[in-house]
Design a protein around this ligand. Structure first.
Ligand SMILES: [Zn+2]
Length: 143
């Protein structure tokens, strides 16, 4: 995979490094405000409710439902060229936190608001031998 077709990877910041470190361990976490207990995502320096600047990384179940979605037919980056069409979704996790992600291409024909989803982890080996892990979501099997 050359640099042009490699999926861009986020650069962890002082605020998000705990999220990415947990992902490497295949754990989904968000910030829980130490002041008022609010769960929040994306990682940010201060609680939007009480303005406390301390937090604790808190594990989530990884289960949720689709809050809203759109289907992308145009690849906006070469790394996604062989994946269109795919669904870009806002997930509402059981704990009430929302995250934006994409679903695997095979899920595009079955995506629907309210459909159950589950988290999985996609490991990428980098050129320097290290790995980077993305928390991803897919439609959950319904019994
Ligand atoms: Zn707070």
């Amino acid at each position: 995979m050359d640099q042009l077709t490699a999926r861009p990877r986020p650069t962890p910041s002082v605020f998000s490094e705990g999220f990415w470190a947990a992902a490497r361990q295949h754990r989904l976490v968000v910030q829980r405000c130490d002041g008022c207990g609010l769960l929040r995502h994306y990682p940010q320096p201060m609680c939007p409710e009480c303005h406390d600047d301390s937090w604790t990384w808190t594990p989530l179940s990884g289960r949720g439902t689709i809050y809203t979605f759109t289907v992308t037919h145009q690849a906006f980056h070469p790394a996604w060229a062989d994946r269109v069409p795919f669904a870009v979704v806002t997930i509402e996790l059981e704990e009430g936190v929302r995250m934006v992600t994409d679903l695997p291409p095979d899920d595009v024909d079955h995506v629907a608001i309210g459909a159950p989803v589950e988290c999985w982890f996609e490991d990428h080996e980098l050129a320097d031998g290290t790995t980077f892990t993305f928390p991803r979501f897919r439609l959950a099997a319904t019994a």
